[in-house]
Ligand binder design. Sequence first.
Ligand SMILES: *[C@@H]1O[C@H](CO)[C@@H](O)[C@H](O)[C@H]1NC(C)=O
Ligand SMILES: *[C@@H]1O[C@H](CO)[C@@H](O)[C@H](O)[C@H]1NC(C)=O
Ligand SMILES: *[C@@H]1O[C@H](CO)[C@@H](O)[C@H](O)[C@H]1NC(C)=O
Ligand SMILES: *[C@@H]1O[C@H](CO)[C@@H](O)[C@H](O)[C@H]1NC(C)=O
Length: 218
Amino acid sequence: MATWKDTSYWSLPLLLLFVRFCSPVCVEVPSGTEAVQGQNMTLLCISCMQREEVFAITNVEWYYEPSDGNGNRSLIYEYIDGRHNKPQSQFTGRLQWIGSKDLQDVSLILQNVTITDSGRFFCQVNRTLHFEAHQHSTQSNLEITLIVSKVASEDFTSVLSEIMMYIILAFLTLWLLIEVVYCYRKISKAEEVTQESVTDYLAIPSENKENCSVPVEE
Ligand SMILES: *[C@@H]1O[C@H](CO)[C@@H](O)[C@H](O)[C@H]1NC(C)=O
Ligand SMILES: *[C@@H]1O[C@H](CO)[C@@H](O)[C@H](O)[C@H]1NC(C)=O
Ligand SMILES: *[C@@H]1O[C@H](CO)[C@@H](O)[C@H](O)[C@H]1NC(C)=O
Ligand SMILES: *[C@@H]1O[C@H](CO)[C@@H](O)[C@H](O)[C@H]1NC(C)=O
């Protein structure tokens, strides 16, 4: 239940399952950016390998820059030469590696998120291929801007139903307006017609009267 709220995209776990079970397929799914205080947040970082990088040595570094950090980022986690290193930081004891064996997924779980965890996380993945005479390196950088809120934002479905309600309300109002205008026109037209017919009615008898009165007088 918690992970569903953590990711905030309900489709994300499905995509992750897809990535995990179909190992030849790697999809660089973007990380969720909204976390809730006191819950666990997955800092998703997927860096797909090129076919020729299968034998590359992968090093990973995670950096954090607080919201008001003035570009001052600090190392919070690293995976270098097969060893996990966790430098002392505000995240000490709260970061859990959930990366995959092939190191295409190098994600972390940040446990018990606090408001002060808001900021930018950087996931840096280096892959180095060693050849006899030279080495070839590739580097990928991913940035996650984490926003921590005190309470869970509303469910997607409730937001959707709220939007639907507003659409229906707007539609009904418009329909009512059209109906009112239409009715008003119809009524004023009908009034014109009745006024005309009333004057007709009044006019005809007077003519008739005159017409009638003439023979009577004769
Ligand atoms: C966060 O993760 C830790 C360790 O996996 C677990 O013990 C804890 O219950 C989790 N907390 C929440 C709110 O899911
Ligand atoms: C990746 O390479 C860059 C440039 O060589 C270096 O500054 C950085 O520390 C490396 N990162 C990792 C995770 O090895
Ligand atoms: C960056 O932050 C570290 C601690 O997180 C601090 O020791 C250092 O002085 C800061 N550097 C700058 C330029 O603000
Ligand atoms: C989460 O953090 C709060 C404040 O930092 C602390 O009081 C609480 O005990 C922590 N909960 C867990 C499960 O670590």
